[in-house]
Design a binder for this molecule. Structure first.
Ligand SMILES: Cc1cc2nc3c(=O)[nH]c(=O)nc-3n(C[C@H](O)[C@H](O)[C@H](O)COP(=O)(O)OP(=O)(O)OC[C@H]3O[C@@H](n4cnc5c(N)ncnc54)[C@H](O)[C@@H]3O)c2cc1C
Length: 308
């Protein structure tokens, strides 16, 4: 799975200064793309993201997609290309891993940031994700260093399973189209606008964490139920598009998200007992794992989010 992105800062006063996110359809097997415009102090950056569920020789080349980008930009930015003064054009491929966060491969080496795959495949907010996890990483690493628990399997606890990251894979899949798949031209747009309308109507408690890349069980469940109720026609075509296997796999992560949320809610009550149990054992690793497990429950259920 990969994102392909293009970015071109365009310092033109006539361009609206509000960030704009749109979803556009490119050529059939180029799948769906998101355009994303952001104002900066000395101009404006306009990005185009294409979500590809894997690479394939039949997909259009980066060069062909770059042509599409320039073709689409005037309509999405309401500006003629001749009016723009291009300062920099960037493009690249951002690989995203389904089994993320990535587990360490060697003793005493832990990857953090983009190389650890802690960011949601839905967004490109890797820096934000890194900042959110910083407290957990620093505390866990400090404890691991003090206890000299730095083997590959010890470190795997630090980059442990977080169901709220895993559930985002289905959303990413719903925004991409397979090489031989055909979907209605507006299917993905309709789905995205319905979901965002539902989240918007549900209030900040539902919308804001999602916009900041944090998926929580209660907000996700509300969104799914309300979207299914308000617009079953937008949800139904997604089932054949993503496939039954992906849906079943996702259900497991969704169930795990419910489990993490429940366990996170009850851990404060049982923590003192578990702590005493861990300390009575001779291995320092037990206490360490207990703390790491508690941190994973918090982050993996989105309970690290406190608004803002
Ligand atoms: C166009 C674009 C827009 C983005 N916008 C946002 C945003 O709005 N918000 C947000 O939160 N995130 C955003 N991101 C993502 C964010 O930039 C990354 O998630 C973040 O920079 C990751 O930091 P990092 O330290 O993990 O990796 P990097 O910043 O990639 O740092 C890795 C460093 O390692 C160096 N390196 C690589 N290999 C070697 C080697 N073999 N030896 C020595 N050095 C090496 C590289 O040169 C690089 O300096 C954006 C990314 C892109 C591309």
């Amino acid at each position: 799975m990969a994102f392909v992105w293009w970015s071109a800062p365009a310092p033109v006063a006539s361009i609206a200064t509000k960030p704009v996110i749109c979803s556009v359809r490119l050529r059939p097997c180029a799948t769906n793309a998101n355009t994303f415009g952001r104002p900066f102090r000395r101009g404006r950056s306009h990005d185009l993201f294409v979500h590809l569920p894997g690479c394939h020789p039949d997909r259009p080349s980066l060069e062909a997609l770059f042509d599409d980008y320039f073709e689409l930009m005037p309509a999405y930015q309401q500006v003629e290309l001749e009016q723009l003064e291009f300062r920099r054009a960037l493009f690249g491929i951002l690989p995203a891993y389904r089994q993320s966060p990535l587990k360490p491969t060697w003793n005493r080496i832990l990857q953090v940031g983009d190389s650890s795959g802690t960011q949601s495949p839905l967004s490109f907010g890797g820096f934000g994700a890194l900042l959110r996890h910083l407290e957990r990483l620093v505390t866990s690493l400090d404890e691991a260093l003090r206890a000299d628990c730095l083997s590959r399997s010890d470190l795997a606890w630090i980059n442990g399973y977080q169901p709220n990251l895993s559930v985002t894979w289905l959303f990413q899949r719903a925004m991409s189209v397979g090489v031989n798949q055909r979907v209605a031209p507006n299917q993905i747009n309709d789905l995205l606008s319905t979901v965002f309308q539902v989240m918007d109507a549900s209030g900040d408690a539902v919308l804001k964490p999602f916009l900041q890349d944090v998926v929580q069980f209660s907000a996700l469940t509300q969104t799914l139920v309300k979207t299914g109720w308000a617009a079953p026609g937008a949800i139904a075509p997604v089932i054949p598009q993503v496939g039954l296997g992906a849906l079943l796999n996702w259900s497991g992560h969704y169930g795990a998200l419910a489990g993490y949320s429940l366990l996170h809610a009850i851990t404060p009550g049982v923590m003192p007992r578990l702590e005493a149990l861990a300390q009575s054992s001779s291995s320092p690793a037990n206490s360490l794992r207990l703390h790491q497990w508690r941190a994973l429950l918090r982050y993996g259920s989105g309970n690290d989010y406190h608004g803002g």
